[in-house]
Design a protein around this ligand. Structure first.
Ligand code: FES
Ligand code: FES
Length: 238
């Protein structure tokens, strides 16, 4: 296209029916005046170069707002730590306390893989904020054998497995094992709930009460059999 040709899309038909060029108005030259930082689009923003000038004092204040110091009891051990207020109990256990037995499945409260006992009640740890567990007692699958050890006063050797863990082994109640820590913790909590309520556990009651714990390998038949075996034992022997 020659330099004199009308630009495509910029011509209209004149009254004579002939196309005529339309000269677009020149854009206004950019303003060289400095833009006020305290008005218009930038109101409320820090002045350029001042971001983060609060220094260490401000950093400390932000740190205090975002974190909390906690004391709680984990698997029988008094524990003190600082947590981000947004940290879940699951992440605190796995990432900060190096207890990877508790598994992350869905991270949305749907699968039960993350089940632990919080003050004796089973919870999905992916749905619990760690900061809400101040002064609580948390038991993970790593702590069940030591709990059994205390209960049975085992004197020597490695602590025995919890009776529910023993039953899972005896009944081959797992395949890949990913759901197993959650299944075991849930079963321990469920057995205590049922005992407190005076409920007799048959297979269908066990299935109902364990329905929040999914097993993608489909080991349900043996899981129920294992729990039935423990449920048949006297409460004091568990
Ligand atoms: S990981 Fe918590 S319920 Fe699935
Ligand atoms: S044993 Fe594999 S998910 Fe349950």
């Amino acid at each position: 296209m020659s330099s004199g040709s009308p630009v495509a899309g910029s011509s209209v038909y004149s009254s004579t029916g002939q196309p005529s060029a339309v000269t677009a108005p020149s854009p206004a030259p950019p303003s060289t005046a400095p833009r006020s930082h305290s008005s218009g689009d930038f109101a409320g923003c820090p002045a350029p170069g001042t971001h983060g000038r609060g220094g260490r004092g401000q950093d400390d204040r932000v740190e205090r707002q975002l974190t909390s110091d906690l004391t709680l009891c984990v698997n029988g051990h008094p524990t003190e730590l600082r947590v981000d207020n947004r940290t879940t109990l699951l992440d605190m256990l796995r990432e900060q306390l190096s207890l990877p037995g508790t598994k992350r499945g869905c991270d949305h409260g749907q699968c039960g893989a993350c089940t632990v006992l919080l003050d004796g009640r089973r919870v999905n740890s992916c749905l619990v904020l760690a900061v809400t567990c101040r002064d609580a007692a948390v038991t993970t699958v790593e702590g069940l054998s030591s709990r059994a050890s205390a209960q049975l006063a085992a004197a020597q050797g490695p602590p025995p497995l919890h009776p529910v863990q023993e039953a899972f082994v005896a009944h081959d109640a797992l395949q890949c094992g990913f759901c197993t820590p959650g299944q075991v913790c849930s079963a321990v909590g469920m057995l205590e709930e049922a005992a407190a309520e005076g409920v007799t556990l048959d297979a269908s009651e066990i299935r109902e009460r364990m329905s929040g714990n999914l097993c993608r390998c489909g080991a349900y038949v043996n899981i129920v059999a294992a729990i039935e075996e423990v449920a048949a034992q006297p409460v004091g022997a568990r």
